[in-house]
Design a protein around this ligand. Structure first.
Ligand code: CTP
Length: 401
C-alpha cells in the first residue's frame, strides 16, 4: 500500500542479477507504483530493454540521447522519482556513484537525485568483501543512500557466499518497511473497532443494528497509511479495510468483540471505539431454530459488556476515544459519556432523517476532548472524518504534526 502511486526509477547496472529485474518491475507495478527503467549500456547484455519496457509500460532509457537525437533529461527523471533503486548495483556502478563519476545516463540520474536512493548490491563474494567495495558502500551510506544488503547463497560464478542481489520480494519488503518507518504514525499501535454486533437468538436469527462499520474502517485505513500498526476488530460488516497492513480481526457478538479488544489493549497507544455494540443480548440462545407457536413471544435480554467503559477502567497510558450516536441532546450526552467512561476524547454525531449517520457515506461530527476543546466539522465523507479524527488525536494527544 505504501508503494501505491509512487514514482520509481529503477536503475539497472550490468550484472547477471539484472535478469531478476523483470520480476522486480512486475512486483512494483502490482503494488501500484509507476516505474521508469534506466539501464547502463552493459545491463542490456543481461536483460532486454524490450521486456522491461513492456512490464513497466514506459520507454526504457539507456543513453543521454535516443535514436532520434532527443535528449533524455536526467534532471526531470530524478525530479519525477519518489525513490530511486539501483538494482543490481554492480561494484563498478557503486564505485562510480561513490566518486561522483558521470559517464552514463544512470550515473547522471543518481547525481541529480532529490529522493531517497536505495542500492541492492550484487557481485561475486570476493568482490563484495574487497576493501574497495566496502569503502565505496560506506561512502554511499554516508552520503545518505540506503543499502539493501546482498544475500548469501549460490553465485553465478559457481562459488557460494554473500553477494547475491536480495530477492525481488525482499527488496520490495525492505523498501516498504523503510518507507513506513518514515511515516508520521510509525511505531504507534492503534486498536480500532467498528461495525455492528449480532447477538444470537437461535442459529438463524439475531439482534443487530444498521451500522455499516464504514467510519471505523476508514479510520483504520487512514491510520495504516500513516504508518501506524493497526488492529481493526470488525463486527459483521459488508465492508473490509483496503490497506493490507491493517490487522483485521473479524468477530460477530459483543462478547467476541470485547475479548478481541481486551486482548490487544494493553500494548496499544490509542484505542478508537467506533463500533455500534449491542447493549443487550438474548439471555439464552437456542441451539435449534425456534418454531413459531403463540401469537406473542417475549425475549429475555441481558446487558452486554460495555467495551469502552471496561477499557476506560483498565486505562494506563492509553489514549481512549469513543463515539457517541444520539438522536437528541447530542453534545450533552456525549460529554457525559466522556466522563463516565474515562475517555480522552469523544466523537459525537446525531442520527436523523436528514443525516442518517448509520450506513451512509457522509456524516457531520463534533469532537469534544478532555482539554475542553470542542470542534464542529461540516458535513463530509467518512474518509475525511477519519482524517479529522486522526489529526485531532495527533495534535492534542500525541504531539505529532
Ligand atoms: N460501547 C461499547 N460497548 C457497549 C456499548 C457502547 O464499547 N456495549 C461504546 C461504543 O463503541 C461507543 C460508545 O460506547 O464508542 C458510546 O456508544 P453509544 O451507543 O452512543 O452509547 P451507550 O454507551 O451504549 O449508551 P446509550 O445507548 O444509553 O446512549
Amino acid at each position: 500500500m505504501v508503494l501505491q502511486n509512487k514514482n520509481i526509477v529503477l536503475g539497472i547496472s550490468g550484472g547477471i542479477a539484472a535478469y531478476k529485474c523483470a520480476h522486480l518491475v512486475r512486483l512494483f507495478v502490482k503494488a501500484g507504483a509507476h516505474v521508469k527503467v534506466v539501464m547502463t549500456p552493459s545491463a542490456k547484455e543481461f536483460v532486454t530493454p524490450g521486456t522491461l519496457s513492456v512490464l513497466s509500460k514506459n520507454e526504457v532509457l539507456i543513453d543521454f540521447f535516443d535514436i532520434r537525437s532527443n535528449w533524455n533529461n536526467h534532471v526531470q527523471l530524478a525530479e519525477w522519482a519518489d525513490l530511486i533503486l539501483i538494482a543490481p548495483a554492480t561494484a563498478n556502478t557503486m564505485a562510480k556513484m561513490a566518486q561522483g563519476i558521470c559517464d552514463n545516463l544512470l550515473c547522471a540520474v543518481y547525481l541529480s537525485a532529490r529522493s531517497k536512493v536505495y542500492f541492492a548490491p550484487a557481485m561475486d563474494l570476493d568482490m563484495y568483501q574487497h576493501p574497495s567495495t566496502k569503502s565505496n558502500l560506506e561512502t554511499l551510506k554516508n552520503n545518505g543512500n540506503i543499502i539493501i544488503p546482498a544475500e548469501s547463497g549460490e553465485l553465478a560464478s559457481g562459488l557460494s557466499g554473500e553477494g547475491r542481489m536480495a530477492e525481488p520480494e525482499n527488496i520490495i519488503k525492505f523498501i516498504e518497511s523503510d518507507l513506513l518507518s518514515a511515516l508520521p504514525l510509525a511505531g504507534k499501535q492503534f486498536l480500532v473497532n467498528a461495525g455492528p454486533t449480532y447477538e444470537a437468538i437461535d442459529p438463524v436469527r439475531f439482534i443487530g443494528n444498521r451500522s455499516s462499520g464504514k467510519t471505523g474502517i476508514a479510520i483504520a485505513d487512514e491510520l495504516a497509511s500513516q504508518g501506524a500498526a493497526v488492529t481493526l476488530v470488525l463486527g459483521p460488516s459488508a465492508y473490509s479495510p483496503k490497506n493490507k497492513n491493517v490487522n483485521l480481526v473479524r468477530v460477530e457478538s459483543a462478547q467476541q468483540m470485547y475479548e478481541a479488544c481486551t486482548k490487544v489493549y494493553d500494548q496499544c497507544d490509542v484505542a478508537i471505539l467506533t463500533a455500534a455494540v449491542a447493549d443487550y443480548k438474548p439471555s439464552t440462545a437456542s441451539d435449534i431454530k425456534i418454531k413459531k407457536k403463540e401469537n406473542e413471544m417475549s425475549l429475555e435480554l441481558t446487558k452486554t459488556n460495555d467495551i469502552l467503559a471496561e477499557l476506560g477502567r483498565k486505562k494506563k497510558k492509553q489514549i481512549l476515544v469513543g463515539f457517541a450516536l444520539e438522536t437528541n441532546d447530542t453534545l450533552d450526552y456525549a460529554s457525559k459519556k466522556m466522563v463516565a467512561k474515562n475517555l480522552d476524547m469523544v466523537v459525537a454525531n446525531t442520527t436523523s432523517e436528514k443525516n442518517p449517520a448509520f450506513g451512509a457515506d457522509f456524516n457531520t461530527v463534533t469532537i469534544i476532548d478532555k482539554h475542553n476543546n470542542l470542534v464542529n466539522f461540516e458535513f463530509k465523507s467518512k474518509q475525511e472524518i477519519a482524517v479529522d479524527v486522526i489529526n485531532h488525536i495527533k495534535a492534542h494527544f500525541l504531539n505529532i504534526k
